[in-house]
Design a protein around this ligand. Structure first.
Ligand SMILES: [Zn+2]
Length: 135
């Protein structure tokens, strides 16, 4: 059996969607082998990205307005979760988390070593002020 190429489609697809489509337009990657991080075997499916948000992962048909990209023969991972990192202070200097995004990480869990800023509400408020406006 021919093994699928390991390619992270999502980053390229999301960037393409963000750069050429409005927030209401969606991009659907179809027929890829989806790695969802659950530990389950790869399964064929689709991923819908609207603006900067992953809206669906699974088996569904693209809508008439969706841009469609074939993921046939490729593996798509709709974002990774970094559960152990030292990005608490780094997010102040890199509020767009470009370092993590370039590694296909979409979710960070900070404070993994038992440390966290205090008061936490001030830290979170500061991160929200530095974040790009949501669409
Ligand atoms: Zn650590």
């Amino acid at each position: 059996m021919k093994r699928p190429r390991l390619v992270s489609l999502l980053a390229a697809a999301a960037l393409a969607a963000a750069s050429s489509a409005g927030a209401s337009e969606c991009l659907v990657i179809t027929g890829a082998f989806v790695s969802d991080g659950s530990g389950r075997p790869l399964r064929r499916g689709s991923i819908r990205v609207c603006g900067e948000e992953i809206q669906a992962v699974g088996t569904f048909r693209p809508g008439r307005e969706d841009r469609v990209v074939s993921g046939r023969g490729l593996v798509a991972a709709p974002g990774f979760i970094d559960i152990h990192n030292h990005s608490t202070d780094g997010l102040a200097e890199d509020p767009l988390a470009e370092s993590q995004i370039s590694q296909r990480i979409t979710t960070l869990v900070v404070g993994a070593d038992g440390e966290s800023p205090w008061p936490l509400s001030e830290y979170l408020d500061a991160r929200r002020q530095l974040s790009p406006p949501s669409t």
